[in-house]
Write a protein that binds this ligand. Structure first.
Ligand SMILES: [Zn+2]
Length: 236
């Protein structure tokens, strides 16, 4: 199983690793990686590998079972090569801010009206969250965004911890996600925002809320009877 360095240190921008395998001259698996793979609604990292003085651009990162595979833009790497990995930090940091913002917004929606998230997709320009919600009042949404931004101003710490699966299943707020994870996963990774919110999560987050900046709603859509889609972005 590959060591995913971003799980415990979301701020790692550079790392050293050994190439374990290369498929079709472009799909590279490393001994460990700080590159985040496309998963859980958070887009993949980009960046580069450096071997001696040669650079290989990382154009896509995917997760296949326990394996994290990096797609590079040219051939030349082989098993045993030592590489330095450099994550495109502007892209990643923006996605980290958006991901934490999505947790804040979902937590507020959940606390205020009991809405549950049914899906989410983060992106650089705009992100969306789907809520299971019958009624949809635009004024209320604006109020929840205001509350989200007030919470962000409190600058609560955002922390990573781990919990045995059985324990997570006992906690109502974590049980829904924990149940959805494969049985083989015995330890659940938890992202907590102070004592305001905890979610089972595999993504990368900022370490204090202020780094998010404020968020604003772009638009809201009805996607079927109980499905409401909210698009948001980070304020510049
Ligand atoms: Zn998340």
């Amino acid at each position: 199983m590959v060591k995913a360095l971003y799980l415990d240190d979301s701020y790692m921008k550079e790392f050293s690793a050994v190439v374990e395998s290369v498929k079709d001259d472009k799909y590279v698996v490393l001994s460990e990686t700080a590159f985040y793979p496309n998963s859980g609604g958070q887009p993949y990292d980009t960046g580069k590998f450096i071997k001696d003085s040669e650079e290989f651009n990382v154009v896509f990162v995917g997760k296949f079972g326990d394996v994290i595979s990096h797609e590079v833009d040219k051939p030349g790497l082989k098993p045993g090569d030592k590489v330095k990995g450099i994550v495109n930090w502007d892209r990643r940091y923006r996605l980290m801010r958006s991901h934490t913002a999505a947790h804040v917004l979902s937590a507020i929606f959940h606390k205020e009206i009991g809405a549950l998230i049914t899906g989410n997709q983060l992106d650089l320009e705009k992100s969306r969250i789907d809520f299971n919600l019958e009624n949809f009042d635009r004024d209320k949404i604006d109020e929840y965004v205001l509350k989200s931004n007030e919470l962000i101003d409190k600058d609560l710490p955002v922390t990573v911890s781990y919990m045995p699966r059985e324990e997570a299943l006992q906690k109502p707020e974590l049980a829904k996600l924990a149940k959805g994870l494969p049985e083989a996963i015995k330890t659940i990774r938890i992202i907590s925002i102070g004592d305001f919110d905890s979610q089972a999560d595999g993504g990368t987050h900022v370490k204090s809320l202020k780094e998010v900046g404020h968020l604003e709603i772009i638009k809201c859509e009805n996607k079927g009877k109980n499905n409401r889609r909210v698009y948001f972005k980070l304020e510049e």
